[in-house]
Design a protein around this ligand. Structure first.
Ligand code: NAD
Length: 328
């Protein structure tokens, strides 16, 4: 097993970083995980329950200094602009997503660090095969987010072959979680729907009926990052980045899953053309065989199991009185 000793996380106050930082501290010790973000959130466990420093990933010198000061051997680079926001600010997205990664890669090269950075199903495009999308296939995305993700995959491969930097990555599907709110992605509807189901028993979907996208519950995503980073490098034929998915559904199917627990739940549609266009350019369902074969990717949550966990945890968080029907 490959062992991370001192880990720096960028963008640690985001949807993934919040849960990843907490899990890494449990596994590796709070003194061995330095969480960073451009922001400071006073009541966040990421800031309060371990090492925390502010870091703008565009500031490569400060990133290098933190890596030196804390003798970091692993960088988990999460700071980026997500798909919907990136389409609103394409130049800013290019500069942040590529500039931040380039700094992280350079620091990793100078200090001999292992580096993880996520790619996305957004790295595929309209000419990619839509069903069982293979690991190695056409990648011609038509969004700025997708352009930065394909470029990031290539840049990470380049740093591995040219400089020997141990880069690893995952093409995440839409991630669903109850701790931190999502940060402006196309699949955010699949998180919002649970909040609205509990608060108002109804939801208006901005994604159209029949639009299938890959999704995954956050605990499986966190496990996948850690499992890939701990994998023996000799078993990795791919690196940047592995297809992973746990389920694929459209708005009707997630609504039906919620109705198993909240029978009064209803849904209507007001499609957002910008996010629908992005969703239409992505696969219906991707093939995760390479991840299963090369490092034993093994997600635990299907749609109904995730729905139950989301509703229970959110009911607690929101203080909503809710007796879930146990019909599945
Ligand atoms: P998020 O938007 O929730 O969090 C991003 C964090 O980065 C925020 O806390 C923000 O403050 C921070 N940040 C922004 N600019 C920064 C800067 N200049 N310097 C330092 N920090 C900065 O994002 P997330 O959902 O946690 O996603 C993390 C990574 O995973 C991104 O690369 C994203 O593309 C990828 N990803 C996410 C999903 C998903 O569904 N959440 C799916 C596929 C890929």
């Amino acid at each position: 097993m490959f062992v991370m000793k001192k880990i720096l996380v960028t963008g640690s106050l985001g949807q993934i970083g919040t849960e990843l930082t907490i899990r890494l501290r449990e596994l590796y010790g709070a003194e061995n995980v330095l969480a960073t973000d451009i922001r400071h959130v006073d009541d966040s466990p990421v800031v309060n329950d371990g090492l925390y420093a502010t870091l703008d990933v565009m500031d490569g010198e400060r990133m290098q200094k933190l890596v030196n000061d804390y003798q970091i051997d692993t960088i988990i680079h999460l700071a980026a602009l997500l798909s919907a926001t990136a389409e609103e600010k394409p130049l800013f997205a290019w500069n942040l997503n590529m500039g931040g990664l380039l700094n992280a890669l350079e620091v990793a090269r100078h200090s001999n660090c292992q580096l993880f950075t996520p790619s996305s199903i957004g790295a595929f495009g309209p000419s990619t095969p839509k069903d069982h999308t293979p690991q190695d296939t056409i990648q011609r995305p038509n969004t700025m987010y997708g352009v930065t993700k394909v470029s990031a995959e290539l840049l990470c491969d380049y740093y591995f072959t040219k400089f020997g930097v141990d880069t690893r990555g995952l093409r995440f599907p839409g991630l669903i979680s109850h701790k931190a709110l999502p940060g402006g992605g196309t699949t955010d509807y699949a998180v919002d729907i649970y909040y609205e189901a509990l608060k108002h028993q109804k939801y208006t979907s901005y994604i159209a009926k029949g639009t299938y996208m890959d999704m995954m519950y956050m605990p499986d995503a966190i496990d996948a990052i850690i499992k890939l980073m701990e994998a023996d490098p000799s078993g990795l034929k791919h690196r940047n980045a592995f297809n992973i998915t746990a389920m694929s559904f459209d708005p009707e199917e997630i609504a039906a899953s919620i109705r198993k627990y909240i029978p009064a739940f209803t849904m209507d549609y007001k499609v957002d053309p910008a996010r629908q266009q992005i969703a239409d350019s992505w696969p219906n369902s991707i093939d995760a065989t390479a991840a299963k074969e090369e490092w034993d990717f093994n997600p635990q949550y299907d749609l109904d199991r995730m729905t139950k966990s989301m509703l229970e945890n959110l009911a607690n968080k929101l203080g909503v009185e809710c007796r879930l029907m146990e019909s599945v």
